[in-house]
Design a protein around this ligand. Structure first.
Ligand SMILES: *Cc1c(COP(=O)(O)O)cnc(C)c1O
Length: 407
């Protein structure tokens, strides 16, 4: 007898009722936060206009940065299509804040794969080439801070930077809630007030009702083709933080004499504003979609991270498969339900910046956007599919429907 897909979908949604209502609560709070910032900072349609050349007095650019600073609880921001991606934005922060002889201490283990060349590449203008010392403390248990080790090291080294990655990257830990960062940040500042706290906030924006900047991070940084772009921003990155930190970073972002006075974008800024306005809702759609798929795979006996009784802290869901074939089939199914290039079959390839072969599904309107339904996985054991996004819950549901039949 054929399986009753519709019935299974309904039953799965029933199980997720509480999760969905929690997601709605947070997105309502975040929607108000964004709306209030727009009104308070007097966003008008003039802000959408593009500029050319140097872009002096570009009101759209400057207002957008102020809105981001307000929404994320910082004093100042850099928000720009000229930050080409998340990796570029994070690297700009690191180069801006770290000098020869400084120590950067990562307290969430090894940072995201594409930053390794930035940190310790050889003869490629890496931080190591510039004399910055990198130190690392791994998370313990299921992704908890190793408080004692961290405090000891901070006391001993007085690092210029304590660095955290909120989302899990290509690891099987859980993501970290800003609420769980508060105590750490307070104590680090107590021991070493000069230390700057930087959070790679990729995939975390609007998942909670606060951001790491609200609990004492000096800088948060992320990509506009993930959560805060709302699926509409065509490219770019953001950096939000204290005035002092953003000033230092802006000298590196452009140059010390120009800082944030320049930077044009002829196409204009409407999509960046509209995307930010949509982002709390879009993130909620993605969270519901990943919860649905997670529950279905969990019910089929696969381990998923975070498990469905855990509160999600980023928009990524990992599904752990037994074989590379099962994994590849999952990724290919994401592609097969994509609105763009849905007819294409993805295969593993050697992607720049990554060590293992990677398979990716990104049938997206914005190239490589991962607030849209997308999936990527390095081909290595354990075989973990990292999937995320979905501009609408209904879209992810079509994917869930396929999975019920496939596994
Ligand atoms: C995506 C991501 C990055 C890098 O962003 P890109 O835009 O892909 O360069 C860095 N850190 C984390 C945790 C990410 O998820």
């Amino acid at each position: 007898m054929a399986i009753d897909t519709n019935k299974i979908l309904k039953e799965t949604e029933e199980k997720l009722k509480n999760r969905f209502s929690k997601i709605d609560e947070i997105s309502f709070k975040n929607q108000k936060k964004v709306l209030n910032a727009f009104i308070e900072l007097k966003v008008s349609s003039q802000c959408f206009a593009g500029t050319t050349g140097y872009g002096y007095s570009d009101v759209g650019r400057d207002t957008l940065a102020s809105v981001y600073a307000k929404v994320f609880g910082g004093e100042k921001a850099i928000v720009s299509p000229l930050l080409t991606c998340g990796t570029h934005a994070i690297s700009t922060v690191l180069y801006g804040l770290l000098k020869n002889g400084d120590v950067m201490l990562s307290v969430t283990g090894l940072p995201y794969d594409t930053l390794h060349e930035t940190l310790f590449g050889k003869n490629n203008s890496s931080l190591e080439d510039y004399g910055v010392k990198y130190e690392q403390i791994d998370l313990i248990g299921n992704g908890e801070f190793d408080y004692d080790k961290i405090y000891k090291k901070v006391k001993k080294m007085k690092p210029a930077m304590v660095y955290l990655q909120r989302s899990r990257g290509y690891s099987s830990r859980k993501a970290i809630s800003p609420y769980d960062m508060k105590e750490l940040f307070e104590n680090v500042k107590k021991i070493s007030p000069q230390t700057k706290i930087v959070v790679d906030n990729c995939y975390g924006e609007f998942v909670d009702d606060i951001e790491p900047t609200n609990v004492g991070a000096d800088v948060i940084v992320g990509s506009l083709i993930k959560n805060p772009g709302g699926g509409l921003a065509p490219t770019g990155g953001y950096i939000v933080g204290s005035e002092e930190a953003i000033d230092m970073i802006s000298a590196r972002y452009t140059n010390p004499s120009l800082k944030l006075e320049i930077g044009s974008f002829e196409q204009g800024y409407r999509l960046f504003y509209q995307g930010l306005f949509m982002a709390p809702h879009t993130v909620a759609q993605a969270l519901k979609g990943t919860a649905l798929v997670g529950q279905i795979m969990e019910d089929k006996g696969y381990k998923v991270i975070p498990s469905n009784d855990e509160q999600p802290e980023d928009i990524v869901k990992s599904v752990i498969f037994n074989t590379a074939d099962e994994l590849i089939k999952f990724v290919q199914t994401v592609q097969a339900v994509s609105p763009i290039d849905g007819y294409v079959l993805p295969i593993p390839w050697d992607m720049p910046g990554y060590t293992d072969q990677v398979i990716m599904a990104a049938g997206t309107f914005v190239g490589g956007s991962s607030i849209e339904l997308s999936c990527d996985s390095p081909i290595r054991a354990p075989y973990i599919a990292y999937f995320q996004g979905g501009l609408t819950y209904e879209h992810v549901k079509t994917f869930a429907e396929k999975l019920i039949e496939l596994y």
